[in-house]
Design a protein around this ligand. Structure first.
Ligand code: ATP
Ligand code: MG
Length: 750
């Protein structure tokens, strides 16, 4: 008999407890941001174990990121007072990879199959397109891969794609190419990321014994972020949850307002379908938000209320501390000021004792990180780009890993192709083709083809010695691996193959850094028992992967921030065309705009104490400056929950008013590209009394432009600077006459 109120349930509210204690039967927990959904799932995991209802490996728990999986593993471990081994806890892909390794033979693979990275996928796609003689400019391999991925997201194998579903890629040839691509993958014992799910689903569908085995194994299923599951994930879950004998003990938590992956095939309908799929499902709603202050919550709730067709959820502040600070909205001149101001605010927070790890800058798009990175580097502020150009994406790491892949699996043709001529071994495109041909003749992988060609004396000249050296290096490394382990073997291979020497001989400034990266890689392999274990880990590291929890500011995309929380969140680039994105505006549909709004909601609700929204008066798009309008989402946040500051909008309005006569179309134009755009109607921030708080930094006095400089202004054209007056320039324009203009508004031309 379990104690009536164990300690770990004490601090939970009644609805949360209900969601945890209802262990049997299907359960849907539908609740807004920060209401403790993830916490409920974690506690439920521990509760099931503590009540003795299942062994740790009998619970299947699906998280959205590897980071979330790690956190859940830690939390469960803390609640249990021990670390549980052998858990089926991870992302859909990680769980499927594990299943697929066990049953690979059912889909024509062997257990040592490789998981391809994007480079490999593209190279492979190019190869299968070759016989079709398609113009790859017109029909880029990337686009074709995108089509394959969308089919895979829907759980469709090549045989299941009907003619009607074929696209107009290369005149309706995508379906054929898909089959060829899948065949080729199997031939090299590899699969891509989407295949992890596709193959596993196929096995569960076609092998009743395997499915029954998992039905017996998994007594409980837990799913986080259910609103973002796509069709194939849904089908996989449903197969595993619907057991012939016994109830479906599946618990899913989700929030329709945080569905932000429809572009990746996520189907919000999966939530709506839950009660139909699992008759008698219980639905629990959580309403108290324990994460954010009342102000932040009111701001986010007011914003998301502009979406239609919501399931409708109440959110009440659960924290009983004060209201908290208002959401700050700051107008800046451009992205440089945006970065400067943000960095300044972060430095002040830091000197007040706030840990940097509790600060995040969340962007709509990856390109936005650059000015922030530059500013942080200048100031020496530690930061990391979560999900940016990650360690494992760097060329030298990819190369080194390709060597490791061939070491682990000689049949990995794609990896072998990557390194056969790196460093240069005199193998050109034609030579490579000959070697491929050789391999096909003896029906063996490329590396065996090379050995054969060497033995039969078909490789001549300089290449012969170099290739023979490479093959010997691999052989010696395999022997070393047996005797001294995978770390020593890898290092030896990189040395004897000449790869490390290639970088030592390289005199470019990046070369030393690359060697350091490789050293770091060798350190990382040491953390894994086997080479295969390490390679699998890397293949599964997702976009939002996160290294140690060092004290650094996090820069990441809004998509990557899902499920996370920080004390302070900066949200830059809230401008029409950036956020909402230009693409969503061009599409014009309500659907894409609403998804952008959900993304904004996700952004604000990441903040515990402080949310700062920034928008710039202009932004450089390629070579041109473009005036930008504040995001409509700013207007949609209830006025009483925000506080405006910053000078850019105020100055711009004054300027626009001063020069109203210059505008042919009367008052301020409000189109995006319409030059001196004024504030949107209803945009009534209190610019006249800026109350800077975390961020009282003024724009630069001038941009280093002095008297006599020749300048250009978007509306007034060319002119000459007469004088510099604090932050303004007194300019004599060729057409418009004398004006006083903020330095930020002009470009120096000579
Ligand atoms: P999201 O929708 O963003 O994923 P969530 O619903 O999963 O949010 P959690 O991350 O589980 O929410 O919880 C938000 C915060 O509130 C966490 O810091 C969590 O520890 C805290 N929390 C949850 N429930 C309670 C509670 N009953 N008492 C105090 N704090 C709580
Ligand atoms: Mg969560």
């Amino acid at each position: 008999i379990s104690p009536s109120s164990p300690e770990y349930l004490d601090r939970l509210n009644p609805e949360q407890r209900e969601a945890i204690e209802t262990t049997e039967g299907p359960l849907l927990i539908l609740a807004g941001a920060g209401t403790g959904k993830t916490r409920v799932l974690t506690t439920r995991f521990a509760h099931i174990l503590l009540e003795g209802r299942a062994r740790p490996y009998q619970i299947l728990a699906v998280t959205f990121t590897n980071k979330a999986a790690r956190e859940m593993r830690e939390r469960v471990g803390a609640l249990l007072g021990e670390t549980a081994e052998g858990l089926w806890l991870g992302t859909f892909h990680a769980l499927c990879a594990r299943m697929l390794r066990r049953h690979a033979e059912y889909v024509g693979l062997t257990t040592g199959f490789t998981i391809l990275d994007t480079d490999d996928q593209i190279r492979l796609t190019r190869q299968i397109m070759e016989p079709y003689r398609l113009d790859t400019k017109r029909w880029p391999p990337q686009a074709l891969l995108g089509i394959f991925q969308r089919w895979k997201d829907r759980g469709l194998t090549p045989e299941q794609v009907t003619a009607a579903e074929d696209t107009d890629f290369a005149g309706g040839q995508a379906r054929k190419l898909y089959a060829a691509y899948q065949d080729r993958l199997k031939a090299v014992n590899a699969c891509d990321f989407g295949d992890l799910m596709l193959h596993t689903l196929e096995i569960l569908r076609t092998q009743p014994d395997v499915l029954a085995q998992y039905h017996r194994l998994f007594r409980y299923i837990l799913v986080d972020e259910y609103q973002d599951t796509n069709t194939i994930q849904y089908l996989w879950l449903r197969l595993l949850a619907k057991r012939d004998h016994g109830p479906s003990n599946i618990a899913c938590v989700g929030d329709d307002d945080q569905s932000i992956y429809s572009w990746r095939g996520a189907e919000i309908e999966n939530i709506l379908r839950f009660e139909k799929d699992f008759p008698g499902a219980k639905v629990v709603r959580l309403e108290r938000n324990y994460r954010s202050t009342a102000q932040i919550l009111a701001a986010a709730s007011g914003l998301i209320a502009h979406n239609s067709g919501r399931l409708g959820k109440t959110l009440r502040p659960g924290r009983d501390d004060a209201q908290g600070e208002k959401v700050q909205i700051i107008s800046v001149w451009d992205s440089d000021e945006e970065a400067r101001l943000t960095a300044g605010a972060i430095e002040r927070l830091r000197s007040d004792g706030h840990p940097l790890s509790q600060i995040a800058i969340l962007m709509r798009a990856g390109f936005q990180t650059r000015p922030f990175e530059e500013r942080f580097l200048t100031l020496g502020l530690p930061y990391r780009v979560v999900g940016g150009l990650r360690f494992y994406e760097r060329a030298e790491i990819r190369d080194a890993m390709a060597y490791m892949r061939v070491l682990a699996q000689p049949a990995d043709d794609l990896a072998f192709e990557r390194i056969i001529n790196v460093p240069k071994r005199g193998v050109g495109a034609a030579g490579l083709q000959k070697l491929h041909h050789e391999a096909r003749l003896i029906n063996a992988p490329l590396s065996a083809g090379v050995s054969h060609a060497l033995e039969t004396g078909q490789v001549k000249g300089k290449g012969r010695e170099a290739l023979a050296g490479l093959m010997e290096a691999f052989e010696r490394a395999r022997a070393t691996r047996e005797s001294e382990g995978h770390v020593v073997a890898t290092e030896q291979l990189l040395e004897e193959s000449g790869y490390l020497q290639m970088w030592r001989d390289d005199k470019t400034p990046e070369a030393p850094g690359r060697l350091d990266n490789i050293k770091e890689l060798l350190r990382a392999i040491g953390d894994f028992g086997t080479l295969e274990g390490f390679l699998e880990h890397v293949a599964l590291v997702t976009e939002t992967e996160d290294q140690a929890s060092a004290d650094t500011v996090s820069l990441m995309t809004l998509h990557g921030a899902k499920g996370l929380e920080f004390d302070t969140v900066f949200l830059p680039g809230w401008e029409e065309g950036v956020f909402p994105s230009q693409r969503s505006l061009d599409e014009g549909g309500l659907k894409s705009l609403e998804e952008e709004r959900r993304l904004a909601y996700v952004g604000i609700t990441r903040a515990r104490k402080r949310a700062v929204i920034l928008h710039a008066a202009r932004r450089r798009i390629y070579a041109n400056w473009q005036d930008s309008m504040p995001s409509r989402f700013i207007d949609e946040i209830p006025a009483e929950t925000v506080e405006h500051s910053g000078q850019a909008m105020q100055e711009r309005r004054q300027l626009a008013a001063q020069n109203a006569s210059l505008f042919a179309t009367g008052p301020v134009s409000s189109t995006r590209a319409g030059g001196m755009a004024g504030p949107r109607p209803g945009y009534s921030g209190g610019y006249t009394r800026p109350t800077p708080r975390v961020t009282d930094v003024l724009p630069d006095a001038s941009h280093g432009i002095g008297p006599g400089a020749h300048v250009f202004h978007q509306k007034f054209g060319y002119g000459t600077v007469l004088a510099v007056e604090s932050d303004r320039l007194h300019i004599n324009f060729e057409k418009a006459g004398e004006k006083r203009i903020m330095a930020h508004f002009v470009e120096q031309v000579s």
